[in-house]
Structure formats: C-alpha cells, structure tokens
Design a protein around this ligand. Structure first.
Ligand code: TRP
Length: 441
C-alpha cells in the first residue's frame, strides 16, 4: 500500500487568530497523526511576497506562524511529518517555470483573485491590469509547484482555494500528456464539519474585516477582546437566541457537547451578556493557556525554530524534491550532453542538399528528367524521344515551380507525395529566381 501524501501551505502574511486555529491549525495537527499518511506543512513565504512587501513583516509573520503551529502540537519528525519554509525548497521555483511553460494563460486569466483585481480596475475606470503584479497573476502556478514538487495526493484547503487545486490538476495533466506520467493529480480536501468562526462583529473572523482575536493574545487582552464581542441589547433575565449569536458559536468551537448544552440552557434562562462572556473567556483560555506558554517559550528561541525549519527543508529536498526534479529535468530535455548517442549528432549534422531536377538518357535511348530530394525521387518523367522536349520541361519547372505541375500530368509517373513535390519545385524556383537576380544585379 502506498502512503497518502497530505500537503498544505500557510501564507506568512499575518498573525494567526482564533479562526485560523479552529479552522486550520487544530484539525490539521490532529490529522497529521493519522497512520498511513505523510504530511507536508509549509510556510508559504514566497506567496507572502505577493501581498506583503515589508521585509520585517514577512520575517515576523514567518516566526509567529511557525511558533504557533509548533506550540499547537505539530511534531515534525522529517519522516512522516515535515514542516519547512517554501523558499528553502529551491526545486519549487524551478518547477514553477516548468509548469509556467505548460500552463495556459487563458486559465490564469480566470483565476478568482486576478479577476477580482481586474474587475475593481474596471469599476474604477482604470486600465485592466493597473497595479496588478505578475506575481498575483502567477499565484496559482507557484501554488501548483508547491503541491506537485512532493506529488501530494490531498490538499486540505478552504473553499476559496478549490479553484487553485483544479488549476494544479490541469497543469499536471498537460505536463503528463507532453512528458509522461510524472505527476499525480492532487485533490482538494474541504473540512465540512470544521466551523468557520465568527469575529468580534459577527461576520466571519478575518484579517480583512479587522475583527480577529489573535490566537496568542496575552490573557488580559484576550479577555478585553472577548468582552468587546457584539451582542444584542437584551437585559439579564431575558431569554437569548443561540441562533446567530457570535458568542455562542465561539463557545461551541471550544466546548464539549455537554458544555455547549449547558450554555444553550443558560441562554434560555436569560444569562446576562457579561456572565456569558466571562464563561466564554474562561473556556477559550483553558484551551489556549498551555499553548500560549509554549508559544512564548518558542518565540524567545527563534534559533530553535530556524534549525527545525532548515532540517525540514533539507531532508524533504534530499529525500524527495531533488531526485524528483532530476527526473523532471531529464523528462523535459534538460539533459547531460555527454550521454547523447553520438550517431544522433552525426545525423543532424548531415548537410541538407537542396532539391534538384536533372535530365538524363537511359539505355533505351530515350531522354528523361527527375526531381530528387536527397535520395528520394519526387517526380519521374516518361521517356522523351527528343532531348529538347525534356529540356524544355526542366526549364519550365525551374521558371514556374509547382505551378507547372498542372500541365505535366500526362508526362509523369504517378506522384507519391504531391505536397512534398510541390514544395520542392517551389524551392527550386526560388533558388532559380535568386540566381537570376544575382546575374542581373
Ligand atoms: N493559497 C493558500 C491560502 O491562501 C496558501 C498556499 C500556498 C497553499 N501554497 C499552497 C495551500 C499549497 C495548499 C497548498 O490559503
């Protein structure tokens, strides 16, 4: 049985929040322990450069995200679980180019992120591509290379990423079609049962809405943020709706089913919002506090994280990336020249002889002409009694090229390859014209 390779990337363009924890980090760390799988988790720092062009921020985010995943229990062993930086796998940019050369531009034109940017420009009456970098346009190709460099089978992602996985499949198919079966076709895995967490204002928790709760906010800040969650104006003692309550949904994402049932009852009994927030804070903090401690410890030792990431990249390249790219280079024709059979060289060096038309006499005493290209006879005339008649035809072919063929049917043997004969005659005519001009000039 072959192992299933599972791979996902995290763009290093921000600070992890509770939504990332519930939606990605927690389920992924749990899944990494599934037997029969090989897991590849990486910091998509090359993707980050598309969005973030502040070097200090890229570095900071990379450290925070790496520390978060490790603090939440990811245990890279460089055998079943790898954790690395995208930018250290130098095979990724190389593979990106191979894929760029098979990716159709029309498909990239339809990528959601790029199309949305174009649509915004159109609304603003700007040029379609105003302010859009090629990096944004190429985003899906780089992402395909991330996945394909380790030939991952399954890619856990959010819904907004499904299109990118479909594109990766398309590039893989095109490459396989041209160069043989080198890539498996990756599949998106969408976690249906994992909750999307609401943010402070009740909309989906997202950096772009500025409504997030940082995963490792210090305790007092976590409390302040939880107390700022938007609620309705019902007073203590009034029954409250769990439906549509951000507070309730947040609680549910951290609580056991018994605890959730308890909170539902408290809502019905008219728990005050302040008390409900206190309960939520305590429940979240109970889960996060031990992780926060590990996080703070890791953040104080960036050299330890650096070493782990380097080891991850080094071993993943050594075991998989480097040998695979060697295979792919060979497949596309970037090959060792010394291994080329010498007879092939000689073949291509043969000097091409242009087509020729020649007149000659056979033993039967008659006069003939034939059109040859190398060893191949393209046209063969019947025998003429008079050499002048044969000569006149030869002259006419040289003057008119393939145009003369229409009148020549009766005096030729059946023509095997009319197309090739026509081309040869036209080449002959061009050579003759040039000679004529040279003589005149
Ligand atoms: N584009 C992904 C996101 O924004 C991050 C990412 C980069 C990724 N490369 C990947 C995810 C490869 C899965 C596989 O969420």
């Amino acid at each position: 049985m072959t192992v299933t390779r599972i791979l996902t990337g995290i763009t290093t363009s921000g600070t992890p929040h509770l939504g990332n924890y519930v939606g990605a980090i927690r389920p992924t760390v749990a899944a990494s322990r599934t037997p029969g799988t090989q897991n590849f988790y990486f910091l998509a720092d090359l993707h980050a450069l598309i969005k973030v062009q502040d070097p200090a921020k890229v570095q900071r985010s990379t450290l925070e995200i790496a520390a978060s995943w490790l603090a939440c229990g990811l245990q890279p062993d460089n055998d079943r679980v790898w954790f690395y930086r995208q930018s250290e796998i130098t095979e990724i940019p190389e593979l990106t180019w191979f894929l760029t050369c098979v990716a159709s531009k029309g498909i990239l034109n339809r990528a959601h992120a790029y199309k949305a940017a174009v649509d915004r420009n159109r609304e603003d009456g700007e040029d379609d591509d105003a302010g859009i970098t090629t990096g944004l346009f190429m985003y899906p190709v780089l992402m395909a290379a991330d996945i394909m460099v380790f030939n991952a089978h399954k890619v856990p992602v959010g819904r907004d990423q499904i299109q990118h996985i479909e594109m990766a499949r398309d590039f893989a198919q095109r490459f396989n079609h041209l160069y043989g079966e080198h890539f498996v076709l990756p599949e998106a895995v969408i976690e249906e049962h994992v909750a999307t967490l609401p943010g402070l204002d009740g909309r989906k928790m997202s950096k772009s809405y500025d409504n997030t709760i940082p995963l490792f906010a210090p305790r007092d800040q976590l409390k302040k943020l939880i107390f700022s969650i938007v609620t309705d104006s019902r007073a203590p003692g009034e029954a409250k709706d769990t439906e549509g309550s951000a507070l309730f949904q947040l609680y549910q994402a951290f609580a056991s089913s018994d605890e959730t049932a308890g909170m539902r009852a408290a809502f019905a009994d008219g728990i005050g919002w302040g008390d409900a927030k206190q309960r939520l804070f305590e429940r979240v903090d109970a889960e996060i506090a031990p992780l926060r401690e590990r996080y703070e410890d890791l953040m104080a030792k960036p050299a330890v994280i650096e070493e782990q990431l380097r080891e991850g990249a080094r071993t993943a390249r050594e075991r998989l990336g480097t040998p695979f790219l060697r295979e792919l280079r060979e497949a596309v024709g970037l090959r060792d020249l010394s291994k080329m059979p010498v007879s092939d060289n000689v073949e291509t060096q043969k000097i091409a002889v242009p087509p020729q038309i020649k007149q000659y006499r056979e033993k039967d005493g008659k006069f003939y002409f034939k059109l040859t290209d190398g060893d191949d006879v393209l046209l063969q005339s019947h025998g003429f009694d008079n050499p002048k008649d044969a000569g006149a035809w030869v002259a006419r072919f040289k003057r008119e090229g393939a145009a003369a063929l229409a009148d020549a049917n009766a005096l030729l043997e059946p023509v095997a390859d009319a197309m090739r004969a026509s081309e040869a005659l036209d080449a002959l005519k061009r050579a003759e014209d040039e000679r004529e001009q040279a003589r005149a000039g």
